[in-house]
Design a protein around this ligand. Structure first.
Ligand SMILES: [Zn+2]
Length: 344
């Protein structure tokens, strides 16, 4: 029997969490007013619909429109610091021990911030989160698919200055239908040489080949989502043979219609077939979710038990981009908490 009340207390790991999709709605509203953005007068519940994917979300492109307003209020250092710290507080509430936050720096330059100011604001908040809340975190910098390859190269060059200082990896995200991963191949190859780890959103919208391209040409060590791997057995084989984990986000995958419904999500099948899977939130606000809720859905709709969840949590640590020292500390913390919970 699963005791759902224990889910909140499980020690958790989130490897796929977009900062811009995880702002508290009330903070977005407050900052929007502060910034003098034109907002129709409406109650908070109405406002929330602007920043949250609804039941009738049709696609990834539709889902991505929910980021417009949050991005508008993430153009100042103090705001970036605030929303990062608030995210860490929210994660702490549900006992997340380690998170990799991701951010696309070039989407935060509308008011003149430079790369350094943006990254530093987020890293400063992450450092405070570790000091005050005990949450370990690292930052992943996102190259946007629709930006030019030169912008991605610039990101890698600037981002590499923060290797060993809180930035661990780069990612490729955005509209997968219209911008294939190979456009950004050069940036990803250079990232590898500069000590940045690599994850790539791929196979989220039905183009299974993107998973292979991400691995073979961009050198992806992890795949964001990878929902459609099942379309080709040889792709599953590559993921298994090379132990390339999938960062899966169940609710988000339903909302973007990557899967038809919760029961249709392939995560359990992948787990059983030996593919390394992790469960993540993607966007806590846009998807209106939390890790606790993602674990709950895995149990309710996909027949997960505690053993499966513990496996997923351990995968999260083993395949994280944390350094070996942090991984060892996290293994110990998680082991002790799991033992204390005495799950049956
Ligand atoms: Zn994502």
């Amino acid at each position: 029997m699963i005791d759902y009340s224990l889910l909140k207390r499980l020690p958790k790991v989130d490897l796929h969490c977009h900062l811009s999709g995880s702002l508290r709605p009330v903070t977005i509203m407050e900052l929007a007013l502060e910034e003098g953005l034109e907002l129709p007068k409406e109650a908070l519940e109405e406002f929330v619909k602007r920043v949250q994917a609804s039941e009738d979300c049709q696609s990834l492109k539709d889902y991505l429109t929910k980021f417009h307003l949050p991005l508008k209020v993430m153009q100042r250092q103090k705001n970036l610091y605030r929303v990062t710290y608030e995210l860490l507080e929210d994660l702490w509430e549900e006992n997340v021990k380690y998170v990799e936050i991701r951010l696309a720096p070039y989407l935060h330059m509308e008011k003149g911030l430079n790369f350094h100011q943006i990254v530093k604001s987020v890293l400063d908040a992450m450092e405070k989160g570790k000091k005050d809340l005990g949450i370990y975190s690292n930052l992943i910098l996102i190259c946007m698919r629709n930006h030019s390859p030169e912008v991605s190269l610039k990101l890698v060059k600037e981002g590499a200055k923060y290797v060993g200082k809180g930035v661990v990896a780069i990612d490729l995200a955005g509209n997968e239908d219209d911008f294939p991963p190979e456009l950004h191949k050069e940036a990803f190859q250079r990232a590898g040489r500069l000590g940045l780890r690599k994850t790539v959103h791929a196979g989220e919208t039905g183009i299974v080949e993107n998973i292979v391209t991400a691995i073979e040409e961009l050198g992806a060590e992890r795949i964001g989502h990878g929902v459609y791997a099942y379309l080709k057995e040889e792709v599953c084989q590559i993921l298994r043979d090379r132990a390339i984990p999938l960062e899966m986000c169940i609710t988000s995958n339903v909302q973007t219609e990557a899967v038809e419904g919760y029961e249709a999500h392939p995560i359990k099948r992948y787990l059983e077939e030996g593919i390394k899977v992790t469960i993540n939130t993607d966007n806590r606000t846009v998807s209106n979710t939390s890790l606790e809720q993602e674990y709950r859905k895995a149990i309710e709709f996909l027949d997960f038990d505690y053993g499966d969840l513990i496996q997923v949590i351990q995968n999260g640590i083993e395949f994280s981009f944390a350094d070996e020292g942090d991984k060892e500390r996290l293994r110990k913390i998680i082991k002790a908490e799991l033992e204390a919970l005495n799950l049956k």
